[in-house]
Ligand binder design. Structure first.
Ligand SMILES: [Zn+2]
Length: 620
């Protein structure tokens, strides 16, 4: 893969999809060559970046923005003040472990207490283009580079960046000396060019949430104390000089002569680069036939050794399930790295706090939705966290042979959100929700329910075809919500814009109820009532006292079609229910006295916020 050009690669990937026309959206491209020299005594480093930036847009750019994430870890930064502000909200939900407060338990007010040698910073000393210094304006976590000469459409510039940085004490995601004692969790660690796309620059200050970047190639040379084992989301080019278990079998590694080693890493066709280092790291690997080489890097603690080994085995076991259901992982390696403060995803690697299998699989599944599809997480967090939560939970359920085990988690989370009074549309920018609670619940729970409930609307098999077509069509392309819905419409043959508009762009909820029952000739007329403001297609299961069952299906008129039958139960497909009409009546085949129960959506996939009125059991 390294030898192929980026556009050739993307072209091949798209040609293999078949059904769907190739999207023709342009995107920027980048190549970084980064050299850093880490001082493990001061936790500071100097760095240089040579950045080839390809402006593939039709626009002339007069400025370039860069992220300086670590400047967030300073007292009174936007991240600090925002966290303390959100911490003033007392939430009703007692399950949260944040003293019942709305702040992130990992951040709280910790940034406000950092001392000068504990803060983080990234200080760009100079940016040269063709040897000419550019004007720099620092806006805390965003650097604005005012260009002396604009970048013309379809042209390339090379920037030479000199910077210095201090690794913050680990507060959130990256940093030094985390709770498990990992020395360096090096995420968001270099000045990173902001993505510019058809919606313009995405110069989001670093407040809390996640990342969006330009796809490209990284060559990263890390010089550090020779006692440290370095790991990264990428391939180690000089493994046979480095050793530490990276070397090829049988290679005799020459001992380093000085006090440091320079680790030469490469990662191609990725939109970020993370590394980590610790003198007590241990490296183990697992090979997967037809899949990537898994590397697992963790701090050696005897009592935890079994857990890491088991996690490694499980990740190798689950890969074929993931590849079959959601598409193949395209890179050669993936690395699980102990570090950070929970689980956080990066290209070709993740930082996880401990050997939790659930967390490991979740973070790896981000490779599909965040690293390979790469939706803008600030704008469409539900397409990343939601789809990742859905797919990782489903993969775990398939591995454990317990289908449906995600209902409680994701549906339960969504119901708590919908009833909380804090809900805002899932289309809200992730950092701009009024509460962390609503931001998180809408991204994870409501986003995961979106996908499972889509299976209710179009049929589960069709939804699975949509997942494959979406991945194959949009990988390495930054899809947006409309791109997903258009794929879903094309594969299902149904109109689905209404689903996106209600579920993502509004907070309207679903509530259907079994209404009046009346005898008509020798049959039964059943009325279903729409109480909630969000309309949906409706399945109703009628069970008779003799045990026979019949399904009644009312597509929504806005779909302009019906899902394929999903059940062997005899099903009557009724005329579409018009979304404007609050009631719908249909007739069953038998008399009311023979009916035992009437149940809306026995599959439980409809996110009906009041299920107490969904089933009527007629007393004997
Ligand atoms: Zn996640």
């Amino acid at each position: 893969m390294q030898k192929l050009s980026f556009s050739f690669l993307v072209g091949c990937l798209l040609l293999s999809t078949g059904i769907i026309a190739q999207p023709d959206r342009w995107q920027q491209k980048i190549k970084y060559t980064i050299n850093v020299n880490m001082n493990v005594a001061t936790n500071q480093f100097n760095g240089t970046e040579k950045i080839d930036y390809f402006n593939q847009s039709p626009d002339t750019l007069t400025k370039v923005f860069m992220h300086l994430y670590w400047n967030a870890f300073q007292p009174n930064s936007s991240m600090d003040v925002r966290s303390r502000e959100l911490g003033k909200t007392k939430l009703a939900d007692p399950r949260r472990n944040n003293d019942g407060l709305d702040w992130d338990a990992r951040v709280k007010d910790r940034i406000s207490k950092l001392k000068p040698d504990e803060i983080g910073y990234q200080n760009v000393k100079s940016v040269l283009i063709n040897g000419v210094a550019q004007k720099l304006i620092e806006h805390e976590t965003i650097l604005e580079i005012v260009l002396t000469k604009p970048i013309l459409p379809k042209s390339k510039i090379t920037m030479d960046v000199a910077f210095e940085a201090q690794v913050p004490v680990q507060i959130r995601r990256s940093g030094r000396d985390n709770a498990e004692g990992i020395r360096y969790s090096m995420a968001q660690w270099y000045p990173k060019v902001v993505e510019y796309d058809y919606q313009g620059w995405h110069a989001n200050p670093y407040i809390a949430r996640e990342f969006y970047g330009v796809w490209g190639d990284f060559d990263v040379n890390i010089t550090i104390d020779k006692k440290y084992l370095v790991t990264a989301g990428g391939d180690l080019l000089n493994a046979n000089e480095i050793g530490f278990g990276y070397e090829a079998k049988g290679v005799q590694v020459k001992p380093a002569t000085g006090n440091t080693l320079t680790w030469k890493w490469q990662a191609n066709n990725v939109h970020d680069f993370m590394w980590a280092a610790d003198p007590n790291y241990k490296l183990i690997t697992r090979t997967i036939p037809g899949g990537p080489l898994l590397k697992i890097v963790y701090k050696q603690v005897d009592s935890l050794e079994n857990r890491w080994q088991k996690m490694a085995d499980t990740c190798a076991l689950i890969y074929p399930i993931i590849a079959k259901t959601f598409g193949a992982y395209p890179y050669k390696t993936y690395t699980f790295v102990q570090g950070g403060d929970g689980g956080m995803e990066y290209p070709m690697a993740t930082l996880i706090k401990s050997a939790s299998i659930g967390t490991a699989v979740h973070e790896w599944m981000h490779s599909w939705y965040q690293m390979i599809l790469g939706s803008n997480e600030s704008l469409y967090a539900w397409m990343d966290e939601g789809f990742t939560d859905y797919s990782s939970t489903r993969a775990m359920a398939m591995l454990r042979n317990s289908p449906g085990f995600w209902y409680n988690g994701s549906y339960g989370g969504y119901y708590r959100l919908a009833r909380s009074g804090y809900e805002e549309p899932a289309s809200t920018h992730a950092d701009h929700f009024n509460t962390n609670f609503a931001s998180t619940s809408s991204a994870y729970s409501k986003g995961a329910v979106f996908m499972e409930q889509l299976g209710y609307i179009v049929g589960a098999d069709t939804r699975d075809k949509i997942l494959h077509a979406y991945f194959n069509t949009w990988k390495f392309k930054h899809p947006n919500p409309n791109d997903f819905i258009r794929i879903a419409e094309k594969i299902s043959g149904l109109e689905l814009d209404w689903y996106k508009e209600y579920w993502i762009y509004s907070t309207k909820t679903i509530d259907y109820a079994v209404g009046d029952i009346a005898m008509v000739d020798n049959k039964t007329s059943i009325t279903i009532k729409r109480i909630g403001k969000m309309p949906m297609p409706i399945d109703v299961l009628v069970t008779y006292k003799d045990g026979t069952q019949e399904m009644h299906y009312m597509p929504l008129n806005l779909m302009y079609g019906a899902k394929p039958l999903e059940t062997k139960t005899p099903t009557t497909v009724h005329a579409p229910w018009k979304w404007t009409h609050p009631d719908y009546s249909f007739t069953t085949s038998r008399a009311v006295g023979e009916i035992k129960s009437i149940e809306i959506d026995p599959s439980q996939r409809l996110a009906d916020i009041n299920k107490t009125n969904n089933k009527l059991v007629i007393p004997e």
